[in-house]
Structure formats: C-alpha cells, structure tokens
Write a protein that binds this ligand. Structure first.
Ligand code: ZN
Length: 90
C-alpha cells in the first residue's frame, strides 16, 4: 500500500475531520519513527492471526486448501495434513 493510499484511508477513518486527520497521521508517524521494527512486527502478527482466524493465506488472501499427508493417515481420529495456499505462497 502506497503512502497516498494509506493517507486516504486515514482521511476516511477520521470522517474527513481535518484536525483528526492531522492527529491520526502525526501519531502514526511518531509511532513508526520511534520503533519501526516493532511496528512492522506487530502489524505482521496481527495479519497472521487474522488470516489464520479466517482460514486464508496471509500473503495473497486466497483460501487455504487442506492436503492430507499420504504417509501418516490419521492421528487420534483426525486426518493429518497441512494447509497450503493454492497460489503457491507456502
Ligand atoms: Zn497465498
């Protein structure tokens, strides 16, 4: 997402209230400047959790497919396998 696209989302989020837009974007910049690595890591974690909760790929947003493990058929009554992205992300 380009800065302009994020900015437009934040303008929408602030209901086009100029003071709120300035406060929101200024606060965002301050937080990122303080520790950009931490900011990226937290956003990354939120994305992973969200994708997992919705059973979709955290890279492309496609639904994950369950692929059964051909060697180990079942474990305690549940089929063994893994969730993979049809787009080949993982
Ligand atoms: Zn994917």
């Amino acid at each position: 997402m380009l800065p302009r696209e994020l900015f437009e989302l934040l303008v929408e989020y602030a209901n086009c209230n100029p003071k709120e837009v300035v406060e929101t974007v200024s606060d965002l910049l301050k937080t990122i400047r303080e520790d950009s690595d931490k900011y990226i890591m937290e956003l990354d974690n939120l994305l992973e959790e969200f994708a997992e909760d919705n059973d979709i790929c955290s890279v492309c947003g496609n639904e994950l497919e369950f692929v059964k493990d051909s060697i180990a058929e079942e474990y305690q009554g549940s089929p063994i396998g893994q969730r993979i992205c049809s787009n080949g992300c993982y």
